[in-house]
Design a protein around this ligand. Sequence first.
Ligand code: NAD
Length: 450
Amino acid sequence: MKDLKKYFETGVTLDVSWRRTQLQALIRMVEENEDALARALHQDLGKTPQEAWLTEIGFVVHEARFVLRHLARWTKKRRVRTPAFLCPASSGVRPMPRGEVLIISPWNYPIQLTLSPLVAALAAGNVVVIKPSEYAPATSEWLARSLPRYLDAQAVEVVQGGPDETSALLKRPFDLIFFTGSAQTARHIARAAAEHLTPTVLELGGKSPCVVAHTQHLRTAARRIAFAKFTNAGQTCVAPDYLLVEPTLKTAFVEHLTQAIVEMFGPENAPVRMARIVNRRHFDRLSALFGHGESVLFGGHRDADALLIAPTLMSVEPSHPVMSEEIFGPLLPILELDSTDPIADALRRISDHPSPLAAYLFSDEAADLRAFDGLLCGGFAHNDALMHLANVHLPFGGVATSGHGASHGFAGFHAFSHWRAELDQSAVVDPDLRYPPYSGRDLRTLKWLM
Ligand code: NAD
């Protein structure tokens, strides 16, 4: 185990040019190894090279370039106003690195969800321990081999392993833990962090609803939903988890959805451009969601040896087991809304679940959009799904059980920084007014100044 903290204390990471060099090296590392990375992602999850580039490799390069472009401005001290009673002082806020931070990442986007927080951590001047997921072993191995070759090896360490290794790691007094994964594991992380009063960013999941009502653009809605749901075989934290559809639209919408799935992923029950389920445990978990009275409208085929589940649309009742936990797989339950006021019904049903990581509304009505203003969710997209996370200008994060804190772009830099408050006072001017004993006149003046 390296002593990263000692290296941090030398002050080398405070230098913005050091941070710039690390980010440039990270971009070079990803670009020079595109093929090796695509192979590792295919080995771990069966991702196609195109999907690997769009959702992982290209995503990280785009984010790192964005951060590099803004680094000089973000790292500057920001001046803020100073109230009259403190004059002639000046005040400002300086972003400082937090110190030694831990990034724990999941298996579903093992490059994006490891390197995107790493970009933010390095930009903010931290030294970083990375714990990738044991369920994406080829990618983890690649990260462990490549990161010390390209980045400052005294500032970045990769620790491989599962819960045991992570539990051992969590005994160390980190200055921030950035965790992406399930709410269940997050509880272990938060408990361990509490021992050292370590702050956390928790990027979790949940049941992200998708509402289709009052729209004439069914084909567009179907294509966007099919892409968001079945990319990476539904193993995406912000994939639409379940569909709430206005009854009069259901038949036509399901037709568009099946057509979109076939166009994007291949024939029904024989998809050819589809990622696989990560392992047997998750395959069995998803298989157990079949056979509870649902009506399968499309797909349903499962191949345990190949760990493949075809994109599946199923009509269900709210009491079906598929509606109890985050699905995290290529099963899309469809529920019919009340036809008299589908939007009010949708909001009522969404509130039956904890606050989700994302919510989606496909509707042509401005009033429907306004009705969603009060919905507490991590992120929201109107007439789209998933794509809010591709906008590096938007913070990405959850609320309540879908997480706390945010990442991406400036939000990531913000999370990995300590915002030091600074007051610079003159030593020459020292009015008696600020010290006791206070006369009635002093107090009147202070009240006026404040
Ligand atoms: P997970 O919680 O099982 O694992 C995440 C990480 O925690 C892994 O590195 C794992 O090794 C470690 N871990 C697992 N059990 C542990 C324990 N008992 N103690 C300490 N460490 C432990 O999550 P997962 O299955 O890899 O990912 C799926 C979940 O992640 C889903 O809920 C999904 O919604 C969520 N997710 C969220 C985001 C986001 O950005 N909000 C992104 C991707 C996935």
